[in-house]
Design a protein around this ligand. Structure first.
Ligand code: UT7
Length: 335
């Protein structure tokens, strides 16, 4: 049967390191508060002068993934670009990336699934590949948060957690009788919590879509009910992991490594405890990068691949919860 395999990975983090201490010059916060509440020590931001969009970070990550796959851009049947911070309002960053890769008519699909963008992207890719519509897909998760954050004490709860960065994976069809590749996925959404984490402006439901008054009220910055999202995450992540494992005919004992979304180290510690897993089965790098939303899981996976942590037949879980709210888990076995 046809299975979806992660052929290669790549990541790109901008060079500018912003430490917790750096943030204290713009807002009333402290290194101690940020470390204790989130685990974050530093994050990467694009250069202050801007002019770098999600497609630019995605391009760098994609070039690495393509090279490692031994593909040229022409080998790609479909680009899926997951981001909540597209370069421009429309068209999607996938189209911009397609052009930057030197492609002429390869289809490009943007998905706006925030923290679960990589998970939704993986399930869509798996459906395309197993149905035979595509054989080779480039899936990118990329965010430029820094140009959209409220860098002041008013926005400190949200601003301290986000970073810029991109991850990319090359996904390929493999004909095999072995249970490898994407084994199962469980995705969910609950729109009743949409306003618990949102950026309201620009908004098509408003005319005009953005005004000076709206900006004065800071409605173009992200707003989050942090404790609600936190409570939902610690409940839903273990639950959806078990649900997806059951779909794959597996249990918690079969997990070799979880790649959780990196929103808050404390969330992942509660998640780990709920499943009673040792530290070495939970991959975290939020300490260095903060929350790069659609980028977190492919960036983590790329680091783990580089460190040679994932052996043949290792069973992996990719999981996350974020704005929407949306949440999910994908079970993957290394070929
Ligand atoms: O990936 C997207 C999904 N997002 C998440 O999963 C995020 C989930 N939520 C969280 O990670 C946490 O809720 C936060 C890290 C955002 C906030 O942590 P918290 O422990 O829930 O803090 P809080 O919002 O309840 O605030 C506690 C106190 C408040 O002060 P008072 O009212 O107790 O005097 C805040 O004003 O901490 C204050 N505070 C800060 N202090 C210093 C909030 N942000 C900061 C800050 N620095 N950056």
């Amino acid at each position: 049967m046809i299975r979806t395999i992660i052929k290669s990975t790549g990541r790109y983090l901008p060079e500018r390191v912003v430490t917790n201490e750096d943030l204290t010059q713009w807002m009333d916060t402290s290194d101690e508060w940020i470390r204790q509440r989130t685990g974050i020590e530093e994050r990467r931001w694009i250069p202050e002068e801007g002019d770098v969009g999600a497609s630019d970070l995605g391009l760098e990550a994609s070039k690495i993934a393509l090279k490692r796959a031994g593909w040229t851009a022409d080998d790609i049947d479909l680009i899926i670009f997951a981001t909540l911070s597209p370069d421009i309002f429309f068209p999607g960053s996938g189209c911009l990336l397609q052009y930057k890769l030197g492609l002429n008519s390869t289809p490009a699909l943007d998905i706006r699934q925030q923290c679960t963008g990589f998970l939704y992207g993986l399930e869509i890719s798996d459906a395309y590949i197993r149905s035979g519509i595509a054989k080779r897909i480039l899936l990118v998760g990329s965010e430029v948060h820094s140009t959209g954050l409220d860098i002041s004490t008013e926005g400190r709860d949200v601003t301290v957690i986000f970073g810029d960065g991109a991850g990319a994976v090359c996904l390929e069809a493999m004909e095999t009788d072995e249970p490898v590749g994407v084994l199962a996925s469980s995705l969910h959404a609950q729109g009743k919590y949409a306003e618990s984490l949102m950026v309201e402006l620009p908004a098509s439901r408003l005319n005009p879509r953005i005004t000076e008054d709206g900006m004065k009220d800071r409605r173009h910055y992200p707003k989050m009910d942090g404790s609600r999202i936190f409570k939902l995450a610690v409940k839903r992540l273990p639950e959806v992991t078990i649900e997806a494992l059951e779909k794959a005919g597996l249990s918690v004992n079969d997990i070799d490594m979880i790649f959780p979304h990196q929103a808050n180290l404390r969330i992942n510690q509660f998640y780990q405890k709920a499943l009673d897993l040792p530290d070495e089965k939970m991959f975290n790098n939020i300490q260095r990068y903060g929350n790069t939303t659609a980028g977190t899981i492919p960036i983590s996976l790329d680091e783990a691949m580089e460190q040679n942590l994932l052996k043949k037949n290792a069973t992996l879980v990719f999981s996350g919860l974020g704005a929407g709210v949306t949440w999910g888990a994908v079970i993957y076995r290394m070929p």
